[in-house]
Design a protein around this ligand. Structure first.
Ligand code: LAN
Length: 720
């Protein structure tokens, strides 16, 4: 078998895992492959060993007899993973459509990847190829699809893996069984077209002219959900100029490998709406197909006109605003690669902008025992740390001497990561204010998220109340965070994710992405709404005079929204983690914060009954990501510590009188705890857009400690 060589090793060989280091710098987290000498001078830390799956010497802890002891042991272990800046890093993979964009972009721009990347990306894809058919899906737990299989096959080939390597042979077989790459969803068609292995004629138009329309129109792209908007900006730019990589020997071969018939015989125009059934989650509506038909005709005129030139300028201006507003990190990994490619075409490889892009790709890369993946964002630093803190404080563990240092460091992190200004191109780039907000990852990416701001605020309020911490975040700065949250409420009373809802619901009828649901506009979520209710409630308790009427009214309306979102069976549908268990926990938290409990609230009673009806033999709960896809509760084959923690937290917040059920759940968590205090990774925890799962590698520690701590606080130190 042949294979390209990197540093004298074939591309198929893993790197020396003991040479990887995770650096942190002002909230950024980046993995580096060190040389032999550098590596010897810097011993690996527990954090690196843990995430690389190497053995670490965490001591065996005294066996926990009570829930609080178990939480304490959990925190003892988890603290080992906190870094010197006070935050927790973590794996945030899951989606299988991110690496291909990056690798295709490196290939087209002729850039070399940093040491170790190519080898480890190959390892990751080898590891993640499905055992049964050798293909890849939309996400790590999903069945093989054309999107996953075609794009990851291309990735392996571009990185130097031979077409006759057994992994490629099997994947190609599966791709052909699925009908070949012509059946790819539109985002896959796009990446293949820029690489020159798919014909642009086989893709529905993504006209940059949309950016020339007046903003008052309800379908103006400035009104889309920011993730959707930011993907279609560079996509429209690259489509509009039909940016295509010139044919090479390798891409000529790919043209032969990806399809079930000769490339030149494919009727491209007919492939526009050819989406493999295995891929389709949200089929095209008739309205969308009709509009696309019109756009194809319009394209014949506009693509050669002056208007196109103006439109490309307008679209590229949006690329620049996004890059400048986010320090060239961009909102997520999809537009990160597309913006970098757009910059290459518009400004060239030597431009400062392109070099800035190149430098920041590393923020998205995550090294693991399986190899290197691309994270769903540039990390989940703020989110994980803010959630963690709340459990540590609630349980009382934060007051114990051995934890003071850890809490102080976390507070420093929140202080350092609060965003202190608005984006430089706010109005032009259709952005909302960020002054006072917290982002999901760090301030450099710098997008306000409603619930991250609220959770950040809550964590600061809790930490600054501890007897041994200083006031690092002034009242004025907390008020700025409150202002951000208050401004984000929607007319329904609910809170959306990054912005308030800007466009009409019917825009979803023209959702062209086929593989995701609910991506066109913002929606209100019980999870985000709860975080905002709680953030404001905590703030009001400590600072009762600031914007009191606004805060009271906002909380009232948000609670009404949460009540209105309850389903007939007593549950809530969760959009950001799996699924009914997750959202029901949030809803119980907010309702109990306004005095609704099992004995005085019918919605809470129904929520508890729903959760109790899903408890399993071993005392735990276990829900599959299929719940999110199918919008009905689907059991996972195994119970999960993370969902068990969510259910327990909900039942305890609701003051559910069935103590025996709660105790059974608590016991299950304690039984799964390892002698060194950690919990092992189980099934994937998160989800987005109804169809794609995503890992929250820290949840197995954050929520177990929180649930056990809550039990300890409620019931004292009783032996279990
Ligand atoms: C996230 C991650 C965090 C998540 C919470 C804060 C948990 C949530 O409460 C609000 C929404 C938010 C911020 C969120 C939105 C969508 C994201 C960014 C993701 C799930 C992580 C990855 C996903 C992003 C859209 C992935 C790229 C895919 C596209 C469809 C562009």
């Amino acid at each position: 078998m042949t294979g390209a060589t990197i540093n004298n090793a074939t591309v198929h060989t893993p790197t020396d895992r003991t040479r990887w280091r995770l650096r942190v710098d002002e909230g950024r987290q980046t993995w580096h492959y060190l040389s032999e000498e550098e590596h010897k001078a810097n011993p690996q830390t527990d954090i690196e060993k843990y995430w690389l799956g190497l053995k670490l010497d965490a001591p065996v802890l005294p066996k926990a007899k009570t829930a609080l002891e178990s939480a304490r042991n959990g925190l003892e272990f988890f603290k080992r993973l906190q870094n010197e800046e006070g935050f927790w890093s973590g794996e945030y993979g899951g989606p299988m459509f991110l690496l291909p964009g990056l690798v295709i972009t490196y290939h087209i721009t002729g850039e070399k990847m940093p040491n170790g990347w190519a080898q480890e990306i190959i390892q990751y894809l080898f590891h993640r190829a499905h055992k049964d058919d050798g293909g890849w899906g939309l996400h790590i737990e999903g069945h093989s699809t054309v999107f996953g299989t075609a794009l990851n096959y291309i990735t392996l080939r571009l990185l130097g893996v031979d077409a006759e390597h057994p992994v490629c042979v099997r994947a190609r077989g599966t791709l052909h069984k699925l009908g070949g790459a012509t059946g790819s969803p539109s985002w896959g068609k796009f990446w293949m077209a820029v690489l020159g292995v798919y014909d642009w004629e086989g893709m529905n138009p993504v006209p940059p002219e949309l950016w020339l329309l007046p903003h008052f129109l309800p379908f103006h792209p400035g009104r889309y959900w920011c993730h959707c908007r930011n993907v279609y900006i560079p996509m429209s730019y690259l489509y509009g100029r039909r940016a295509t990589f010139p044919l090479t020997d390798l891409t000529r071969k790919l043209r032969e490998e990806l399809y079930t018939q000769p490339y030149d015989s494919i009727p491209w125009y007919q492939q526009r709406n050819n989406i493999c059934k295995a891929d389709e989650y949200y089929p095209h509506t008739r309205l969308l197909n009709f509009l696309n038909g019109g756009l194809v005709m319009a394209e014949k005129v506009t693509s050669r006109s002056m208007i196109r030139k103006m439109a490309l300028r307008a679209a590229y201006a949006q690329v620049k605003y996004e890059d400048e507003n986010t320090h060239y990190l961009d909102i997520g990994p999809v537009n990160k690669a597309m913006n970098m490619l757009s910059t290459f075409y518009e400004e060239g490889r030597d431009s400062e902008a392109f070099q800035k892009h190149l430098k920041n790709n590393i923020d998205f890369m995550w090294m693991s025992s399986e190899g290197m993946m691309m994270n769903g964002t540039n990390g989940s630093q703020l989110w994980d740390t803010a959630l963690g803190m709340q459990g540590f404080v609630e349980s009382g563990l934060a007051n114990e001497k051995q934890n003071h240092e850890s809490m102080k460091k976390a507070l420093q992190f929140f202080e350092a990561q609060q965003i202190r200004k608005n984006p430089p191109y706010m109005k032009e780039g259709y952005r909302d204010p960020t002054l006072g907000a917290w982002a999901f990852s760090n301030k450099h990416q710098g997008y306000t998220v409603s619930d991250c701001t609220a959770e950040g605020l809550k964590a600061v309020l809790l930490l600054q109340k501890l007897s041994y911490t200083d006031e690092l975040v002034s009242v004025e700065r907390m008020q700025q965070a409150v202002d951000i949250v208050l401004a984000m409420q929607n007319s329904s009373g609910g809170f959306a994710s990054y912005e308030s809802v800007r466009g009409p619901a019917w825009l979803e009828y023209i959702n062209p992405a086929e593989v995701f649901g609910n991506i066109m506009i913002e929606y209100c979520y019980p999870e985000c709404s709860t975080a905002c209710v709680l953030g404001l409630t905590y703030f009001r308790k400590q600072h009762p005079n600031y914007r009191r009427d606004d805060i009271d009214a906002t909380i009232d309306r948000a609670v009404k929204f949460i009540l209105s979102d309850q389903r007939a069976d007593g549950s809530w549908y969760g959009s950001w983690a799996i699924c009914f268990t997750y959202a029901t926990m949030f809803a119980c938290e907010s309702l109990s914060s306004v005095g609704q409990y099992y004995d005085n609230s019918d919605p809470i009673r129904r929520a508890c009954e729903f959760l109790l009806s899903k408890q399993r033999e071993d005392g735990g709960w276990g829900e599959s990501y299929k719940s999110c896809e199918e919008h009905r509760y689907v059991e996972h084959e195994q119970t999960q510590v993370v969902q068990t923690s969510w259910a327990l937290m909900a039942l305890m917040a609701a003051r559910c009188p069935d103590k025996a059920a709660i105790q059974r759940g608590v016991r299950m968590l304690m039984e799964r705890q390892q002698p060194d205090g950690q919990w092992k990774q189980e099934a994937i925890e998160g989800i987005f857009n109804h169809s794609c799962s995503i890992s929250y590698g820290n949840y197995k520690h954050i929520f177990t400690i929180w649930a056990l701590g809550r039990y300890g606080k409620l019931h004292g130190n009783e032996a279990l």
